[in-house]
Design a protein. Structure first.
Length: 408
């Protein structure tokens, strides 16, 4: 029986079993098309003791992150989000030219560039070597490392103790969540603050966002579980913001316990909403698995009907979400001919598992599909704007989560 990655309790309750699928970021280059592809079980568990919803550990982070093709700078809405964050932290928390900012999992430097612009000292920590190279190339100081307590203590010894430490969309992606949070506690100055962002478990459950479940995403976090994990490592959660990113995320603010801050009212209200939804017990998850199965049947019905009536379905957005949906539903090229993506790093490759070819948006438009299935449903409006030309031949936009919907 697996054990909880935070509190080591034996896990007994399954939230969802999505079968087996390849690692969602393991895009296949043409020269590997004839090679075998490893599939891993994708099962989500609930911990009765601490409430952490999580995957069982199955592969080393080295396998997962050594070549990571997701360069966040390709999304306009992400860049806006990053710029707004930098402004908030400088105006509300006085982060300025004498401050040290450290971002964990800093990607290609898309966020830190907005601090550097204002003369703030910034350092990125990024585990994927090719992504860290891209950050340095744009002038963002970046170290190639996995973050944890040892890395943090080394940074402090070298003069990088942080006034602001942050990690966006990484807390949920670390296998050893205890070592990771201990790292933040070690990195912060006594007066320092930290923020982390992660997709909110409440939205996963309410919006049936099962496609945010994939192997690189180890933990599915609620505020009450994060608060408990942080407290264990001497960190106090003092505020929280709800964000629209990734279908509904939380930005949690925390500081060393000795700073003596208390939780703001907004945080208390959110904790109550989580209890109301039953997230602190298994009750909140009891109907999830059945609803996910229904979603799959509806999605397949749509694709088969399109196929039988001679309609051409192409997809947009070669990201983890889409791979979970396509592999869970067993979709292959006969039902979805291609997937377009703006990232040149993915074009010319094949989606893991489904082996659907990744093309440029121009190639998708040239194929004049009847339906464009938008896989990253959270970016629907942005994608519909980019691909407005689809309407010229009467093409329609479709999303599949939480159910198949067509958009004019
Ligand atoms: Zn636990």
């Amino acid at each position: 029986m697996p054990t909880c990655r935070f509190c080591a309790t034996h896990l007994q309750d399954i939230v969802a079993d999505l079968g087996t699928s390849p690692l969602s970021n393991a895009y296949i280059p043409p020269d590997k098309a004839a090679a075998m592809e490893p599939f891993f079980p994708l099962v989500v568990w609930f911990c009765r003791e601490c409430g952490l919803v999580q995957l069982e550990e199955f592969a080393t982070p080295g396998e997962i992150f050594s070549q990571y093709d997701y360069f966040s700078s390709y999304s306009d809405s992400w860049l806006r989000h990053a710029r707004d964050y930098a402004r908030l932290m400088t105006s509300r928390y006085g982060i300025g030219q004498n401050s040290q900012v450290v971002e964990v999992a800093s990607n290609d430097g898309y966020l830190l560039q907005y601090f550097i612009e204002q003369g703030v000292k910034a350092l990125g920590i990024e585990p994927a070597a090719n992504v860290a190279d891209a950050a340095r190339a744009r002038g963002v100081p970046t170290e190639t490392a996995f973050f944890g307590k040892a890395t943090a203590e080394d940074l402090v010894r070298r003069g990088f103790a942080a006034d602001l430490a942050l990690g966006n969309n990484v807390l949920a992606h670390v296998p050893d969540i205890n070592d990771f949070v201990a790292g933040f506690a070690a990195l912060l100055k006594p007066t320092g603050i930290m923020t982390v962002e992660f997709p909110h478990l409440l939205n996963l459950v309410k919006g049936l966002q099962f496609d945010t479940i994939y192997h690189e995403h180890f933990s599915y976090l609620s505020l009450h579980t994060v608060q408990r994990i942080f407290r264990t490592h001497g960190l106090t959660v003092f505020d929280v913001q709800e964000l629209p990113t990734h279908g509904g995320s939380l930005r949690v603010f925390a500081c060393p316990e000795q700073a003596g801050r208390n939780m703001e009212k907004t945080g208390e209200a959110l904790l109550q909403r989580e209890r109301d939804a039953g997230l602190d017990t298994f009750a909140g998850f009891a109907s999830f698995a059945g609803a996910v199965e229904e979603l799959k049947y509806g999605f397949l019905e749509f694709l088969i009907r399109a196929k039988r009536t001679g309609k051409h379905v192409a997809a947009y957005g070669a990201a983890a979400k889409g791979n979970t949906l396509l592999n869970y539903a067993g979709v292959r090229r006969d039902l979805v001919s291609m997937v377009a993506d703006r990232s040149p790093a993915k074009q010319g490759k094949f989606l893991p598992g489904s082996r659907i070819p990744v093309v440029s948006p121009e190639e998708l438009l040239a194929a004049r599909p009847d339906y464009v299935l938008i896989l990253p449903w959270n970016l629907r409006e942005e994608v519909m704007e980019q691909l407005a030309a689809v309407r010229e031949w009467g093409g329609r936009f479709v999303t599949a989560v939480p159910r198949v919907e067509e958009w004019a």
